[in-house]
Every structure is written in structure tokens, then in C-alpha cells.
Design a binder for this molecule. Structure first.
Ligand code: S3P
Length: 440
């Protein structure tokens, strides 16, 4: 499905609550499925990716009852496997487009003596799985795969070995996969990361009854196994990665003043806020409360005429890994060059995002350069009409819609429906904020 976006006719104004956090929603469903008893989850993101995780745990015979839906998301009662563990289905488990589903499930299944095959869509079947298969094999699981890619068949270990894993990836998916296998191992399983990745697994497992040992200064976390999860009721805060697109839109559309409520302000997720503030953006964040272990608050973004380019370092990247497409679009409005370093990981996301950003911004008329693991965007740039492709990647689709708001002609986005992966109502929310400004 194609969608055509036009230059903004007025400012974005008002207050909005974006959908539930994708990373926390996946983990809430998976941890509740592992636990004994029934967990009530509220505010769960209703999107294609999270529906994939729900369908996957159902296929493995956890019970998921959908009780309803409100503006924050889905309410689910999940009755987990407890000590019985997941049940291998007759056929493969479909992970759709979701890397988080596939990699976290491989870790979860590595600790149970069952044979399960995971499959995914074309995009997911191109993405690397060896990064989790290597440490999980060291713990005793065995795998067959298509050269390190899906379909992957995992045969979990009856008695997995505890592991200290010095992870070469700043990846929360890798860290979480190892820790989930470690739940079934005797002894301490731990992961050290050179650059810390999002820490939702570490903050959420204790709520499900599993203490997590942490030494943030040494970049290390772990847990003592074997450990059983117990049911826990949990509310999911709003997703900063979804909020980022509305923040970016407000910064570049003149006269905008936008508030986004109930967003998780977990510092491992808000690197984009720090980068935008460094660029001079009129962006304020106020911590209001906590939801579970997550700090939650409000983001207020006002249009900013005078932003300047910046250097985004490799150390910052894990805290803004999903926001690079949006930051690259905002960089077009800033004076000077914005350079992103250490972003090779973007090449193995839902698409080759580094290539796609360079191609898309180039088509819009921006001077942009790329290398194997870096990108440079020159601003300020006048954006022109273009026909762009999401490449089936939700974050690219939304980045192109934001870019269109300052372009002097229409921007067509092919495969717009990719937004269903993380933010199905993005177009409606954005239109509503323009409508709110029109009513004033
Ligand atoms: C995620 C971790 C990140 C991120 C993805 C969600 C998670 O991936 O890009 O959207 O929920 O753990 P990596 O762990 O591969 O960096």
C-alpha cells in the first residue's frame, strides 16, 4: 500500500499518548508465558510484532486471553507454562518480521529439552541469528539453520551450562537470549557488554521473581539459576521509539508545540533525546512517576529554527539504535554536518537502514554520504518531492512521513503498511495533532 505525504499546512499542537513500548511488550508476554500462574498485562502494544510474540507463545501452549483494548493498548491475561515448560508444536513457530521474537525465543527454548523450528518473513530470514546461536550452543543447545539464518531448529539442553558471556554485540536481544537460557542452568549466567544496551530484561525479571545481579560500571549483569518466574501484573509505558517520530515532526514544523505522555524515560532508550538537545532542540523531558521499574514521564517538543549538526558516537548508538532514521531526517533541518559513527548494525535491521537512509535522503535532495559503518548528513537542506520505499521497514516509513512535512512537494511512501509492525495508528495520530492545531 502506498501513502502520499504532503508539506505540513500548519503546526502540530496538543498532547498525545503513543502506543505501548515494543521491547517491554515482547518481554512482558514472554516472561508471563514462562511464569507459573496468571499475569495481567495492560497497555500492551497492539502491533504486528507483538501479535507475533503472542501467537508464538500460544503455539507453545501458553494461554493468552485478550480481555480488551483501550487507548494505552491491549489488556491480556497470560497463564504461563511454569515448571511444565513450553510444549513443542507440530509445525514451525512463525516469528514474522520480528527479530526480538526470534532471538528471545531461541534463548528461552535453549533451556528446555524440546525441538522447535522458528521461521520468519523474507526480511527476518535474511537477518543474522548466529549472534545468539553461538553463546546458546556454548550452554548446550544445538541448532540447525540456513547458514546462521531462519529457519532455525533449536534443540534445547536438558541441563544447560551456566555461562559468562563477553558479548561482542551491544545488543539487548543477545543479552536477553543468554539470560533466558541461564534461567534453567545451575550457577550464575552473566553477560558483559562493552557498551550497555537497553536494560528492560534486567529491570523486569525481578518483578517476575528472579533477582538480577548488576554491576553497571563493569557493564555486567547476571542471574543465578535454576530460577522460576512467578506471575506478575504489569503495565507497559509508552514507547520512546514511537514518540521520537512525533518529537522530530514537532521540531521541524514551524510553530509546533507537542506533549507526549507516559513515555518510558529509561536512559538506555533516550539517547535520541540527548542528541537532539545537544543539537539545540527545544525538547524537555519531565519524569512524572514510575511504571514497574521504568521511569515514566512527559516529552515536550517545540519547533526549533536553530539546530546545529552534531557527532553521534559509537558509544551512544545502542541507546538510539532505532532512532537513527528519524535523527537523520531531523539533521536535514540543522545547520552543518551531522555524523553518525559505529552504525554498521543498521545494515542488519528490518532492512539495510544505512543504505536506505542514504538513498532516501539523496532522493529528497539532501547531500548525504555513507561508509561501511558511518553516515553524514549535510544541513540545512531543502527537501523536494520524491517517491520513496519503506523497504517493508516500519521505521523508514515513519521517517519518510516526517521528512515530507517540510518538503516542497509530495512524498510518496511505497509499502506504507510496514508501520503496522510498531505503530499502526501513526498516520491518524499525526493527522490528529494537525487537526488539534487547526481547531485552536
Ligand atoms: C530490541 C533491541 C534492539 C532494537 C530492537 C528491539 C529489544 O535490537 O533494535 O528494535 O527489544 O531487545 P538489538 O538487540 O539487535 O540491538
Amino acid at each position: 500500500m502506498k501513502r502520499v505525504w504532503s508539506r505540513a499546512q500548519g503546526p502540530l499542537r496538543g498532547s498525545v499518548r503513543v502506543p505501548g513500548d515494543k521491547s517491554i511488550s515482547h518481554r512482558a508476554v514472554l516472561f508471563a508465558a514462562l511464569a507459573g500462574g496468571t499475569s495481567r498485562l495492560t497497555g500492551v502494544l497492539d502491533s504486528a510484532d507483538v501479535r507475533t510474540t503472542i501467537a508464538a507463545v500460544r503455539a507453545l501452549e501458553a494461554q493468552v486471553e485478550e480481555l480488551g483494548r483501550d487507548e494505552t493498548g491491549l489488556t491480556l491475561d497470560v497463564t504461563g507454562w511454569g515448571s511444565r515448560g513450553p510444549v513443542a508444536p507440530d509445525g514451525p513457530v512463525d516469528c514474522g518480521n520480528s527479530g526480538t521474537t526470534a532471538r528471545l525465543l531461541l534463548g528461552l527454548l535453549a533451556g528446555w529439552p524440546r525441538e522447535v523450528t522458528l521461521v520468519g518473513d523474507d526480511s527476518l530470514s535474511r537477518r543474522p541469528m548466529r549472534r545468539v546461536m553461538v553463546p546458546l550452543a556454548a550452554m548446550g543447545a544445538t541448532f540447525t539453520s540456513d547458514d546462521g539464518r531462519l529457519p532455525v531448529t533449536v534443540r534445547g539442553a536438558a541441563a544447560p551450562k551456566a555461562l559468562f558471556y563477553d558479548s561482542p554485540h551491544g545488543s539487548a536481544q543477545v543479552k536477553t537470549a543468554v539470560l533466558l537460557a541461564g534461567l534453567r542452568a545451575r550457577g550464575t549466567t552473566s553477560v558483559r557488554e562493552a557498551v550497555p544496551s537497553r536494560d528492560h530484561t534486567e529491570t523486569m525479571l525481578p518483578a517476575f521473581g528472579v533477582p538480577v545481579l548488576r554491576d553497571p560500571d563493569a557493564g555486567w549483569c547476571g542471574l543465578d539459576g535454576p530460577a522460576r518466574l512467578v506471575a506478575h501484573d504489569l503495565s507497559v509505558p509508552a514507547d520512546p521509539s514511537s514518540a521520537a517520530f512525533l518529537v522530530g515532526a514537532a521540531l521541524i514544523v514551524p510553530g509546533s508545540d507537542l506533549e507526549i505522555r507516559e513515555v518510558t524515560l529509561n536512559p538506555t532508550r533516550t539517547g535520541f533525546v540527548r542528541v537532539l538537545q545537544r543539537m539545540g532542540a527545544d525538547l524537555a523531558v519531565e519524569s512524572v512517576s514510575t511504571l514497574g521499574a521504568e521511569p515514566v514521564g512527559t516529552m515536550r517538543a517545540r519547533s526549533t529554527a536553530q539546530m546545529t549538526g552534531t557527532l553521534v558516537t559509537a558509544e551512544e548508538v545502542p541507546s538510539l539504535i532505532d532512532e537513527v532514521p528519524l535523527l537523520a531526517v531531523v539533521a536535514c533541518a540543522a545547520r552543518g554536518t551531522t555524523r553518525f559513527e559505529g552504525i554498521a548494525e543498521l545494515r542488519v535491521k528490518e532492512s539495510d537502514r544505512l543504505e536506505a537512509i542514504a538513498e532516501g535522503l539523496g532522493a529528497l535532495g539532501v547531500h548525504v554520504r555513507q561508509g561501511p559503518d558511518w553516515l553524514e548528513v549535510d544541513g540545512p537542506a531543502a527537501l523536494h518531492e520524491a517517491s520513496l520505499d519503506s523497504r517493508g521497514d516500519h521505521r523508514l516509513a515513519m521517517a519518510w512521513a516526517v521528512a515530507a512535512l517540510t518538503a516542497d512537494g509530495d512524498v510518496e511512501v511505497e509499502r506504507w503498511d510496514a508501520v503496522d509492525v510498531s505503530y499502526p495508528a501513526f498516520a491518524e495520530d499525526l493527522s490528529g495533532l494537525f487537526a488539534a492545531s487547526a481547531r485552536e
